[in-house]
Design a protein around this ligand. Structure first.
Ligand code: G3H
Ligand code: 13P
Ligand code: ZN
Length: 309
C-alpha cells in the first residue's frame, strides 16, 4: 500500500459520521504505537509532522519510519505537515514525499491568509498533494483574555465560503474553543458547536478539522503527578464533545498532547518503580504499549474510524 492523501478518507468519514485521527509523530516508538493500534482495529490514519518534529528527528528519518510502518501494517496512511507556517516549509514537505500539508496562515489578515494559502494550494495540487487551511485562531487560556477578545478569535462563519473558494483548500481547520496543550479550559469545557454547525451549512460536504483535540486523559495526568510531575489543573476536551464533533462535519481530529502524556506518565512511573534501570528499551517498551492502547481507545471509542478500511 503506498502513502495516500486524505481525500478518500474524508469523503467516507463525512458520509459515515466519524473522524480520522491525526496523530503527531516524533520518533520510532510513537510511530509504532500508533500504527500497530490502527492495524489491530482496521483504521485509516493520518500521521502528522510538525516543524519541531522535523527539526528534532529530521524529515528523512520520519519519512523512512512511516514507510516502514506502511510496509509492516499495509495500512492506508496519509503523511501530513502540521502547522506549516510558510510556503517554503510546505514546498519542502511536498517535495519530500508528504501527501498532505497544512498552511497555517491564521496569524495573518484574511487577505494575506488567502494569498499564502492559494500559493501553497497551487504548488500542492499540481503534485497530487492536498492542503488544509486555517481560519480563526485557537483559543488561548491567558487570564486577561476577555469575552469579546475570545469572540474575535473564533472562526467567523461568514468568511469560510470566500476563503475556501478563493484558495481551493481541501479541508479547513476552524477555531471553536479548543486550544493546544494540556491546559485547555479555565473552567467548564465549552465548545462553540453553533459555529461548527453554521460553517457546515455554508460548506456542504466539506471536511472540517479540529485542532487541540486531546482529552488530557486524567489517568495519565495522575500518573505524572504521582511520580514526581507537577501538572495541576490539566484539562482537555471531553470525549463526548469529540464524538459530537465527529458526527458533524469534523473529519480530522488532531491529537498530540495525549500521546505525550501517555509516554511521559508511563516513563515516570517506570523509573519510580525501577530506579536502578538504565536500558532505554526497558522504559520505552511500556511507553510504546500504552501509546498503542491509547490510540486504540481513541479510534474505537471516540473517533469511530475502526473497521473503515
Ligand atoms: O499543534 C502543535 C503540535 O502539538 C505539535 O507540537 O510544534 O511542539 O511539535 P510541536
Ligand atoms: P493537542 O495539543 O490537543 O494534542 O492538539 C494537537 C494539535 O492540534 C496538533 O496540530
Ligand atoms: Zn494544531
Amino acid at each position: 500500500m503506498p502513502l495516500v492523501t486524505s481525500t478518500e478518507m474524508f469523503k467516507k468519514a463525512y458520509e459515515g459520521g466519524y473522524a480520522i485521527g491525526a496523530f503527531n509523530v516524533n520518533n520510532m516508538e510513537i510511530v509504532q504505537g500508533i500504527t500497530e493500534a490502527a492495524k489491530e482495529v482496521n483504521s485509516p490514519l493520518i500521521l502528522q509532522v510538525s516543524a519541531g518534529a522535523r527539526k528534532y528527528a529530521k524529515h528523512v528519518y520520519l519519512m523512512k519510519l512511516i514507510e516502514a510502518a506502511i510496509e509492516d501494517t499495509d495500512l492506508p496512511i496519509c503523511v501530513h505537515l502540521d502547522h506549516g507556517d510558510s510556503f517554503d516549509i510546505c514546498k519542502s514537505c511536498i517535495d519530500g514525499g508528504f501527501t498532505s500539508v497544512m498552511i497555517d496562515g491564521s496569524k495573518y489578515s484574511f487577505e494575506e491568509n488567502i494569498e499564502l494559502t492559494k500559493k501553497v494550494v497551487e504548488y500542492a495540487h499540481a503534485r497530487g498533494v492536498v492542503v488544509e487551511g486555517e481560519l480563526g485562531k485557537l483559543a488561548g487560556i491567558e487570564d486577561d483574555v476577555n469575552v469579546s477578545d475570545e469572540d474575535a478569535q473564533f472562526t467567523n462563519p461568514a468568511e469560510v465560503e470566500e476563503f475556501v473558494t478563493r484558495t481551493g483548500v481541501d479541508s479547513l481547520a476552524i477555531a471553536i474553543g479548543t486550544s493546544h496543550g494540556a491546559f485547555k479550559f479555565k473552567g467548564e469545557p465549552r465548545l462553540r458547536f453553533d459555529i461548527l454547525e453554521e460553517v457546515s451549512k455554508r460548506l456542504p460536504n466539506f471536511p472540517i478539522v479540529l485542532h487541540g483535540a486531546s482529552s488530557v486523559i486524567p489517568e495519565y495526568v495522575e500518573m505524572i503527578n504521582a511520580n514526581g510531575g507537577n501538572m495541576p489543573g490539566a484539562q482537555g476536551v471531553p470525549e463526548a464533545m469529540l464524538r459530537q464533533a465527529a458526527g458533524m462535519a469534523v473529519c480530522k481530529i488532531n491529537i498530540d498532547s495525549d500521546l505525550r502524556l501517555a509516554m511521559t506518565g508511563t516513563i515516570r512511573k517506570y523509573f519510580a518503580e525501577h530506579p536502578e534501570h538504565f536500558d532505554p528499551r526497558q522504559y520505552l517498551s511500556p511507553a510504546r504499549a500504552n501509546i498503542k492502547e491509547l490510540v486504540k481507545h481513541k479510534i474505537v471509542n471516540v473517533l469511530g474510524s475502526n473497521d473503515k478500511i
